[in-house]
Design a protein around this ligand. Sequence first.
Ligand SMILES: Nc1nc2c(c(=O)[nH]1)N[C@H]1C(S)=C(S)[C@@H](COP(=O)(O)OP(=O)(O)OC[C@H]3O[C@@H](n4cnc5c(=O)[nH]c(N)nc54)[C@H](O)[C@@H]3O)O[C@H]1N2
Ligand SMILES: Nc1nc2c(c(=O)[nH]1)N[C@H]1C(S)=C(S)[C@@H](COP(=O)(O)OP(=O)(O)OC[C@H]3O[C@@H](n4cnc5c(=O)[nH]c(N)nc54)[C@H](O)[C@@H]3O)O[C@H]1N2
Ligand code: SF4
Ligand SMILES: [Mo]
Length: 892
Amino acid sequence: MSDAGQAPEVRTTCPYCGVGCGVLARVAASGKVSVRGDPDHPANRGRLCSKGSALAETMGLDGRVLHPEIAGKRVDWDAALDLVARRFSETVAAHGPDSVAFYISGQLLTEDYYVANKLMKGFIGSGNIDTNSRLCMASSVAGHRRAFGEDIVPGVYDDFEQADLIVLVGSNTAWCHPILYQRMLAARKERGSRLVVIDPRRTATAQEGDLHLALDPGSDVLLFNGLLAHLARVGKVDESYVAASTSGFDSAVSLALADAPSVERVAEGCGLAAADVRLFFELFAATERTVTVYSQGVNQSAHGTDKVNAIVNCHLATGRIGMPGMGPFSVTGQPNAMGGREVGGLANQLAAHMSFEQAADVDRVARFWGAPNMARKAGLKAVDLFQAAGDGRIKALWIMGTNPAVSMPDAGRVRAALKACDFVVVSDVARTDTTRYADVFLPAAAWGEKDGMVTNSERRLSRQRPFMATPGEARADWRIICDVAQRMGLGGAFDYAGPAAIFREHAALSAFENDGERLFDIGALTTLDNESYETFEPRHWPARAGGESSDRLLGRGRFPTSDGRARFVPVRQEGVAGAVDTAFPLALNTGRLRDQWHTMTRTGRVPRLMANAPEPVVDLHPRDAAANGVKDGDLAHLSTRYGFARAKVRVTDAQRPGQAFLPMHWSGHFAANAGAGSLSSPISDPFSGQPELKHVPLRIRREEMAWSGVLMTRRDLRPTGFVHWSRQKVEGGWVYEFGGTETPDQGILLCRKFFEAFDPGRMLEYRDRRGLAYRAAVVDEAGAMVEALLVAAPGQLPARDWLVSQLGSRAPLTLAERQALLSGRAPVAVPSAGRIVCSCFNVGVNQLADAVAAGCRDLEAIGKTLNAGTNCGSCRSEIRTIIDAAHIQAAE
Ligand SMILES: Nc1nc2c(c(=O)[nH]1)N[C@H]1C(S)=C(S)[C@@H](COP(=O)(O)OP(=O)(O)OC[C@H]3O[C@@H](n4cnc5c(=O)[nH]c(N)nc54)[C@H](O)[C@@H]3O)O[C@H]1N2
Ligand SMILES: Nc1nc2c(c(=O)[nH]1)N[C@H]1C(S)=C(S)[C@@H](COP(=O)(O)OP(=O)(O)OC[C@H]3O[C@@H](n4cnc5c(=O)[nH]c(N)nc54)[C@H](O)[C@@H]3O)O[C@H]1N2
Ligand code: SF4
Ligand SMILES: [Mo]
């Protein structure tokens, strides 16, 4: 009987991005996990992207921590929970509620989030609970509240299929919301809609666009002010809508006209061609069904809230909001970023879309919770919160489901703060750069084990359901939080039978004394019994008790402001935060790669997800590479006013002159010093507190390396003492790249330390006479290769594909192969696939180039020959680039 027949498939939701795709997961009797897209889930209708399709490969216990620890030593739950409760209680008693804080995450389920927020804001009595959504969504939340009076995303995903124009602003949708992007492309094919991409880089998304505006970093307000002024000039303002449903139009337009008086001035200020700007303005003006999608290029900015309002102003002026195919659309990043906003997880929000600014709201939440110590004012936002932990104002900090030692800007200072803080608790599923600073580690249940609700970008609630037993002593986050609350003497308010009970309370709070005042109302779900919670089908909010539920919001009706009108917010283009100067002449932008998720705790352990971008790389324009004396493949030293990092250089004209791009993903678990957070600036938006992660002045130089090495091993090692290392997961083990500034001799000595653990009888070694090259290998009892090490002058390392393949094969070596180990040459010619482009079918650049040379001229032909690009579609734009590059070469 096949594995597949043995266990039922469980319907759950992908734990990565905010698209919120439905997943069907199953564990076979053999323990093998399989996943596929849920054809009935409305977000993805059966499709998954590269990360979602590789979920089964992340389910092993590699890297998991399954027992509580105090000071790095295993303890039982009672000891850990008692200590956390005692230290938090004592600190509050001695120094007041504002001396403690929680820093939580959009990885948490709604129920976890709800109880964490209730504990801090209602019972400890402080607003000091903030979340990584501060780095992610805070500007959109602030912009929505300024314009609509409430944090509302008006649209739904169907709008992407019903629009005639989609404007993507600061969003690399092809890589970061791949299934939405596929839906947009499919719709474009069908209805001929246009795609405009506004991003300083030529991203995979921009490559497919009909128009790419590679604007100067941070100049979005000017562009959208220019658009508003243009709409006013050409009579495209919907006067009756503006009069009936909005306020503040005149002042917004006069400021826009002053800021952006002509297309030419906009073009000049944004670094764009006037013809392109005009084309965009005309398209927008002429197309009723327009959706403007935005994410981190807008939010992660010192002027992020103004960028959001500059965009929203244009939709209000045209009345294009909340109608089919129309509206501003902030796409969320994390799986439950939206759920976190519902429960009020940000330090300046209250639960259920209520706010600290309204005394009645504070009072209402306090009464609902029966809260004895209701917080009355907003708490510290992430950047300030870590600052306070560093200078002793926060004395006890509990971090859940996020890795701030890597992902916060000015991360060096955040690590120093974690070290300085008296008491740090970390709930995580794995060991991370942050858990190193934990006085107490609490092992949480992971995806596949945990049970609860998430909400995606289009306000659709879906269930995450367990399909595996929770291993070791790991516990669900909501339970850990309630366990601590109980030990703090708050038992009654935190005594839940399970997530369904917490969810019902959350639903009840949303409807409590809510007579249509707050659009976030899921009162209909207050009566979900355990069974209907179990079988819950994905649905949008609002879901009012007894009322009609709707999908789109804010269409031609009232807004949740005091006068029922939406507000235009007059905004002006400000200079970018931290201008470049002669000391730091480049601008560093940071963001995401196609196949990695954040700090790589899961995706970094999957060989096929590591294969597309195996090491940290900084992208530079050819002009800047030349001006700074670096070439393609060199190791570069990057520094900003906040810290430094090292990465390989890739020279590409996808970057504009003056700008560099470094992915945000590499933590200390994957490279020596490649963290973007160590370079990024903590300067934040004054309204949202969201830091400027997309722009920081940078200087770059070549790192003079004297030797380089590569270690292929089955072991999961954390090297120390190297100037540079990074590692890549492959089948059967890991490949470590090393580089050093010491003499080659010393480099060899450093690398040989890895082999001290092995019986010399199992080692084969070769050293060239001049002492510049060294090769060694270790075989096991069966004669299969366990480890191999190559050291040579930079650029002189022999090919390693064959050696790497030996880690996966584990077959005993023949005599010829043993000799080959040391010669560094494969015993038989192995055609190298090259860097992997299609991670679903493991197809590399070399194979693609061969196929193009053999006559494949389009994606379809490539798909037929190699399968590449036919599953998740995430690689299609890269394949197109390879085809186009071959054409250009052929034409020359
Ligand atoms: N593969 C993958 N997907 C993910 C994630 C992941 O880690 N990996 N994370 C998820 C999360 S939490 C999030 S928040 C989303 C983020 O999704 P995105 O926002 O799409 O991702 P980023 O790469 O951070 O940034 C988007 C783009 O903003 C551009 N940009 C920089 N400065 C400016 C500017 O001044 N103006 C404009 N218009 N654009 C600018 C950058 O060049 C970049 O291409 O992705 C989600 N999806
Ligand atoms: N320079 C730069 N920095 C950035 C960004 C950028 O573009 N540039 N983007 C920012 C953005 S938008 C975001 S969202 C952040 C993301 O940054 P982080 O939140 O730090 O990223 P993750 O790696 O997702 O961290 C999640 C952690 O939670 C753990 N975890 C997973 N599931 C669970 C669970 O169920 N319970 C518990 N307790 N733990 C769990 C994982 O093991 C992991 O350690 O990074 C931000 N930082
Ligand atoms: S687009 Fe990919 S990462 Fe995002 S939810 Fe869907 S499968 Fe998961
Ligand atoms: Mo995010």
